[in-house]
Design a protein around this ligand. Structure first.
Ligand SMILES: Nc1ncnc2c1ncn2[C@@H]1O[C@H](COP(=O)(O)OP(=O)(O)O)[C@@H](O)[C@H]1O
Ligand SMILES: [Mg+2]
Length: 252
């Protein structure tokens, strides 16, 4: 569903990501770990086509279609959807107005608003003075109502309290089970993986992916050793082609 081949991303004059390769199939969840500034957000912004994040080299495919040269709205039409780590505030737009323009029926929108407990926020300006949890619930609502085929989730649980994480995770897990998108979930702490089952995980360090493994293994290693141990990792999978990565078992 989502396939990346040796992606390099430039921001202004700087290369922030190099040789990123992986594949996420339909219904599969890949967790992406990495310290601050390693390039996680830049990767999904570049995939979505956010301005300033240039796909300098490599190829990105959604359902076997090359998306490198598509505009942001064309990528959204092909099924790419993003949940931002820091969603923008838009004083001129109310959540209700936005909801009416999403790719869902009135009854689906009503249900989504109820499930994510957004009813009392409908007439407020989008994200203006929303709490952390309110902002992320509104962001998740907008994303899921677009019915994306590829979910790019940038730290969906950061700044959110435990009850809201449980609520959002339940809605997200329901969507993944029913719609079976390819899901990339960026997580700093791994906490959300208690709720959302990821089949595989990888670690990004300094703009490169340094290993693929089971989420439980990576989580226990980084909890024990921080990202220090990852620096010694010899996997080097990101420099191989997707086919070679397959052989190594990093990408099925
Ligand atoms: N718009 C931008 N302008 C300049 N540098 C940027 C921009 N966005 C990201 N970067 C830089 O790219 C690197 C990776 O950032 P980011 O992708 O946000 O990391 P992460 O999400 O892993 O914390 C950082 O050094 C960051 O400062
Ligand atoms: Mg980030």
């Amino acid at each position: 569903m989502l396939e990346l081949e040796n992606i390099t991303v430039r921001v202004e004059e700087r290369i922030v990501l190099e040789n990123i390769s992986f594949r996420i199939r339909r219904g599969e969840v890949l967790a992406l770990f990495g310290p601050n500034g390693s390039g996680k957000s830049s990767l999904i912004k570049a995939l979505m086509g956010i301005s300033g994040y240039i796909l300098e080299k490599g190829r990105a495919y959604v359902e076997n279609e090359l998306i490198n040269n598509l505009k942001i709205e064309e990528r959204a039409q092909r099924g790419l959807g993003i949940m931002f780590q820091h969603p923008a505030s838009i004083p001129e737009v109310k959540l209700q107005q936005l909801a009416e323009r999403l790719n869902s029926s009135a009854s689906e929108i009503k249900k989504g608003i109820e499930r994510l407990n957004l009813g009392y926020l409908k007439e407020r300006s989008l994200n203006v003075d929303f709490s952390g949890g309110e902002m992320k619930r509104a962001e998740l609502f907008q994303l899921l109502m677009q019915k994306p085929k590829v979910l790019l989730l940038d730290e969906p649980a950061s700044g959110v309290d435990i009850e809201n994480i449980a609520l959002m995770s339940k809605v997200l897990a329901g969507f993944i089970e029913k719609q079976r998108p390819a899901t990339l979930i960026i997580t700093h702490t791994g906490y959300i993986l208690n709720y959302i089952k990821a089949q595989r995980a990888c670690v990004m360090l300094g703009g490169r992916i340094c290993c693929f493994d089971r989420p439980e293994k990576i989580l226990s290693d980084i909890t024990k050793y921080g990202y220090e141990k990852c620096k010694d990792c010899r996997c080097r999978v990101s420099t191989l082609s997707t086919r070679q990565v397959d052989k190594k078992g990093g990408v099925e």
